[in-house]
Write a protein that binds this ligand. Structure first.
Ligand code: TPP
Length: 334
């Protein structure tokens, strides 16, 4: 399947979501540095704690989530804004959560690494490698209930060296669970390059060890991700079992905001720009006469408006009251 065989509406949806994610991440970065100068203080400014942004990795999220329904689960990582947006999580409530406000998805207590939206079956966490067994759990539930929803577990190339990844792949394969394991390979686990931590060149090769399909795809090409993900999601939905996808991406920003990235060679920054999936897709849509400059500009303006609305909503929301601190923390509590 090539770009010509995908309906224009779908292509514009892919572009629009990718652009919304990039606009969101770059806008959040600006807000993150508010109040942090001249001294970088992690607790200063309107966004509390660390911030891990996904700029450059958008194709992994949109290429997969476009094939999903609300009842399908996506379990993300500490770097999960792109998946949350692609899964349709409410941008205002998500932003309020990131800004620690009472109107946020979890009343402002989770923060940016802990976004939960039951309506969209989206979750994520700061525990590296946690998503894999959680997705197995969702897969077991779907199978026991005889329903055809699927689970997508996202992890970085660092997470693929956690024991949870291997245990989850094995069990999902043995029980033919409807799970798609997605490794977003951005080449780094904080400052550790993949070749210093991983014995195989591609994480997709590890699928062989568990008897399931494994594919590696270039994240610079959102259409390639779309195609590979379509097959994996459909296979899971048909009850034929799990798949492993590795999407090769580049981080356009640091591991976290404030990361000086002294460990990163100059060529890696250059490659990240060259492999930018958003720029590449914009060029393709224009070159192939699929969309006009005006059509894309309209989508981009709309995204900027939506992102600004979400920021304004967060900034105008109250912080949670101190009395709320223990609410919703313990199972069975209120
Ligand atoms: C279980 C666990 N171990 C270590 C950490 C600290 N930590 C946070 S992010 C990270 C690197 C993750 O790298 P990768 O999985 O490649 O994801 P990326 O940050 O590149 O998206 C580590 C080691 C953690 N949060 N959880």
């Amino acid at each position: 399947m090539g770009v010509e065989e995908i309906p224009k509406e779908t292509l514009l949806e892919l572009y629009g979501t990718m652009h919304r994610i990039r606009t969101y991440e770059e806008t959040l970065a600006k807000w993150y540095y508010e109040g942090k100068s001249p001294r970088f203080d992690i607790s200063a400014g309107p966004i509390p704690g660390e911030l891990h942004l996904s700029s450059g990795q958008e194709s992994a999220a949109v290429g997969v989530c476009i094939h999903l329904r609300d009842e399908d689960a996506v379990i993300g990582t500490h770097r999960a804004h792109h998946f949350a947006i692609a899964k349709g999580v409410d941008l205002k409530k998500m932003t309020a959560e990131i800004f620690g406000r009472a109107t946020g998805l979890s009343g402002g207590k989770g923060g940016h690494m802990h976004l939960f939206d039951a309506a969209k079956n989206f979750s994520c966490s700061g525990i590296v490698g946690a998503s894999f067994p959680q997705a197995v759990g969702v897969g077991i539930a779907a199978k026991l209930k005889g329903e055809d929803y699927v689970a997508v577990a996202v992890g970085g190339d660092g997470a693929a060296n956690q024991g949870t990844f291997h245990e989850a792949l094995n069990l999902a394969a043995v029980w033919k669970l409807p799970v798609v394991f997605l490794i977003e390979d951005n080449g780094w686990a904080i400052s550790v390059p993949k070749d210093k931590s991983t014995a195989v060149a591609k994480n997709s090769e590890r699928a062989k060890a568990y008897g399931i399909p494994g594919v590696s795809v270039d994240g610079a090409d959102v259409i390639a991700v779309y195609e590979v993900a379509k097959e994996a999601v459909e296979r899971a939905r048909r009850g034929e079992g799990p798949s492993l996808i590795e999407v090769r991406t580049y981080r356009l920003r640091g591991h976290f905001e404030g990361d000086p990235q002294l460990y990163r060679p100059k060529e890696d920054f250059e490659l990240a720009k060259e492999k930018d999936p958003l720029d590449n897709f914009r060029k393709l849509l224009l070159e192939k006469d699929i969309a006009t400059e005006e059509e894309l500009a309209r989508i981009e303006e709309e995204n900027e408006r939506k992102v600004q609305e979400a920021i304004d909503f967060a900034l105008n929301s109250p912080y949670p009251e101190p009395e709320e601190a223990l609410k919703g923390v313990f199972a069975g509590g209120d």
